[in-house]
Design a protein around this ligand. Structure first.
Ligand code: NAD
Length: 336
């Protein structure tokens, strides 16, 4: 067999395995392998596709976001698609990211970044009309998500009406729903006592709690929400601040909760210092994170940079080294 055809075979095998893992993770909220193992496989597929572009199929998991919505929920079409993030796993790829941005912008000025913890929960879109929460949805496959309005309404720190005034007629707030570590430990303790399913990790518990058909169950789960971006804003003539970080602050004035660790930094060097700071604080933070996210702060530059298939060019997630995830998955397997 030629090397090329064995690569083709490996790519097809990887697509099949990853699609199965995606289904278990995104649709069933029941991961069967640790994230680090998943990341290793997806990176192998990405590098095969980079080396042999003819192996890249339009339905490759490297080109897609998340998983299809469950049919038991009403579907919500995202007017502005909800994308994923590209990943960097080391310092060199962060500097390469900065260089790509400067080259594409044809501008050598040091870039300002918004720096945010990468909360390990699930992405949610919350729509406010005339200041009232009217709809909430999961990301789903990025184009179509699940209507989880009743469940999101039960999350204690999600405002049902915006504070103050001056908000746009329609405002879509995007962010992460997650389960703080303390709540997760408590929930698993009581699940164990009741002989119920023990969750593998806080992300898994958050996803299982949010995608409940009975919102009374969700209401009992210790979920929280932090916003990290805006989706649809109408009318189009509505004036928002020119920087992403200022837009987040604007959301805060309307009563939308933000992650307290959000900051800004100058260039990849500043981002690296933020990464080190958050990595050192990781164990003491009240919520699980799997990395940090850096976003070009100037919206005008974001717009000039645009998107690729599944992620914006102007943002990157720098992942942390894998934690004791495998141990946790195994522990859970033995408990249930
Ligand atoms: P991602 O989790 O790597 O990044 C995108 C997501 O980050 C967003 O959708 C959002 O939910 C989240 N996020 C958190 N904080 C954010 C912030 N401040 N700004 C923007 N987004 C923020 O991408 P993904 O496509 O959701 O999932 C891929 C990851 O999920 C993999 O790297 C892997 O670790 C994990 N995964 C694991 C399995 C498994 O079987 N174990 C399967 C599929 C995916």
């Amino acid at each position: 067999m030629s090397t090329r055809s064995s690569f083709a075979e490996r790519a097809s095998q990887l697509r099949e395995i990853i699609n199965e893992y995606n289904y278990q993770y995104y649709v069933l909220d029941n991961p069967s392998v640790p994230d680090a193992e998943y990341d290793r496989l997806i990176n192998e597929l990405k590098s095969l596709e980079a080396q042999y572009p003819e192996l890249k199929t339009p339905d490759s998991p490297t080109q897609k976001v998340g998983g299809a919505p469950l049919p038991s929920f009403e579907q919500v079409v995202h007017e502005v698609p909800m994308l994923s993030l590209d990943n960097a796993f080391d310092e060199a790829s962060l500097f390469a990211f900065e260089k790509r941005l400067s080259d594409r912008l044809k501008d050598n000025a040091v870039l300002q970044f918004s720096c945010e913890p990468k909360l390990d929960g699930l992405a949610v879109s919350i729509l406010y009309e005339s200041g009232q929460l009217v709809r909430a949805a999961t990301r789903g496959d990025g184009q179509v998500g699940e209507n989880i309005t009743q469940n999101v309404r039960t999350i204690a720190n999600v405002p049902l009406s915006l504070r103050g005034k001056g908000w746009p007629e329609r405002l879509e707030v995007r962010g992460e729903v997650f389960m703080p570590k303390a709540g997760f430990e408590k929930l698993n303790e009581s699940q164990k006592q009741n002989g119920a399913k023990v969750f593998a990790n806080p992300r898994n518990a958050a996803a299982g709690s949010l995608r409940q058909l009975d919102s009374r169950i969700t209401a009992k789960r210790p979920l929280m929400f932090y916003a990290y971006s805006l989706g649809l804003v109408t009318p189009a003539s509505f004036t928002l601040p020119a920087n992403h970080s200022e837009r987040l602050e604007q959301l805060a004035t309307w009563g939308i909760p933000l992650c307290p660790q959000v900051d800004t930094a100058e260039g990849a060097k500043g981002c690296m210092a933020y990464y080190e700071k958050i990595l050192a604080a990781r164990v003491s933070l009240p919520y699980d994170i799997d990395g940090v996210v850096f976003k070009v702060d100037e919206i005008d530059k974001q717009q000039r940079l645009g998107f690729v298939a599944r992620a914006p060019r102007w943002a990157i997630a720098q992942k942390f080294p894998a934690q004791e995830e495998m141990t946790r998955l195994l522990e859970v397997e033995f408990q249930v």
